[in-house]
Write a protein that binds this ligand. Structure first.
Ligand code: SAM
Ligand code: DTB
Length: 309
């Protein structure tokens, strides 16, 4: 297990050394010219009781997001079919719940999971906190992956969210793991954290055994009405350092260049791929905010001579 200083030393490498090392590790385990496409779908939107300072879906912030109840199965399946046709292999469904509660809404989600999996898509869901029994039921329905991010260091996390603890995040991740689901767990860059926090965030991920199979690195999308609305974007090279360090520390994990691409140059995205990112969210929307225009991601990859996995 790398110590904090070792992670810091990797993160702080001269940029050419950092990228070279990350690219070398990347090539040992993955085809560096292929990118996994994932599509997000918000299957239950807004009115969330939590207070995550970055989140457009928290009921307490005036973000103009209209709450919507759980989507009908057919509408979700339409979106999933479109995603499949557009080259996505993973479909990630999010519900703005604090936690999963047993009952009819969860039963409906299980049905949706079953049907999306039957289309041949790898299913990931993010539904808030859950227990091992619920995670097992998701797995039995055909879900492959559960997304639950730690988002930052323990100390910084607790300045961003007060309605649940970092420890509760870890508990849910343990339940997911115990149920035999793959873990998708990452974080956000650009919330005002210090480099030290980013190092602690990466260190927390190294303490998970096995490490998450997939690690989304999001750049904050500042949403008007949220407490983080006025945050400046992080320096692009700092964002790339996080991708590269994650690639070096987690050679076999998928590193996902996640939220924030809408405001990123093609060149920054190219650097992220060079640094070992091998997955993106494609589609016009993330959950709420704009992502990429139709065809744009195929064009970007083709301009780089890369392909969809
Ligand atoms: N309710 C679920 C939970 O508690 O995990 C889903 C929450 S959220 C949609 C999943 C992740 O998306 C967050 O942990 C955060 O990393 C990312 N995210 C949410 N809003 C974001 C924003 N405005 N900018 C960047 N990333 C964001
Ligand atoms: C993750 O790490 N990023 C995705 C997914 N997991 C659920 C969500 C990004 C959301 C960005 C802001 C929005 O559109 O809501």
């Amino acid at each position: 297990m790398p110590e904090l200083q070792e992670i810091r030393a990797i993160h702080d490498l001269p940029f050419p050394d950092l990228i070279y090392r990350a690219a070398t590790v990347h090539r040992e385990h993955w085809n560096p010219n292929q990118i996994q496409f994932c599509t997000l779908d918000s299957i239950k939107t807004g009115a969330c009781p939590e207070d995550c300072a970055y989140c457009p879906q928290a009921a307490r912030f005036n973000t103009g997001v209209a709450p919507e109840p759980l989507k009908e199965r057919e509408r979700v399946l339409d979106g999933a079919r479109r995603a499949l046709a557009n080259g996505s292999t993973r479909y990630c469904m999010g519900a703005s719940w604090r936690e999963v509660r047993d009952g009819s809404a969860f039963e409906q989600v299980l049905e949706i999971v079953k049907d999306v999996a039957a289309l041949g898509l790898e299913v990931c869901v993010t539904l808030g906190m859950l227990n091992e029994d619920q995670a097992k039921r998701l797995k039995a329905a055909g879900c492959a992956v559960y997304n639950h991010n730690i988002d930052s260091s323990r100390a910084f996390y607790e300045t961003i969210v007060s309605t649940h603890t970092f420890e509760q995040r870890l508990q849910t991740i343990r339940a997911v793991r115990a149920a035999g689901l793959e873990v998708c767990c990452g974080g956000i860059v650009g919330m005002g954290e210090k480099i030290e926090d980013s190092i602690h965030f990466l260190h927390e991920l190294t303490l998970m055994d096995p490490p998450p199979e997939s690690i989304p690195i999001n750049q904050l999308v500042p949403v008007p009405g949220t407490p983080l609305e006025d945050m400046d974007p992080p320096p692009p090279l700092e964002f790339i350092r996080m991708i590269a360090a994650a690639r070096i520390l987690f050679p076999r994990s998928r590193i996902r260049l996640s939220a924030g691409r809408a405001s990123m140059s093609i060149e920054t995205q190219a650097l992220a791929f060079l640094a070992g990112a091998n997955s993106i969210f494609t589609g016009e929307k993330l959950l709420i905010t704009p992502n990429s225009k139709a065809g744009q991601d195929h064009e970007m990859l083709s301009a780089m001579g890369m392909r969809v996995e």
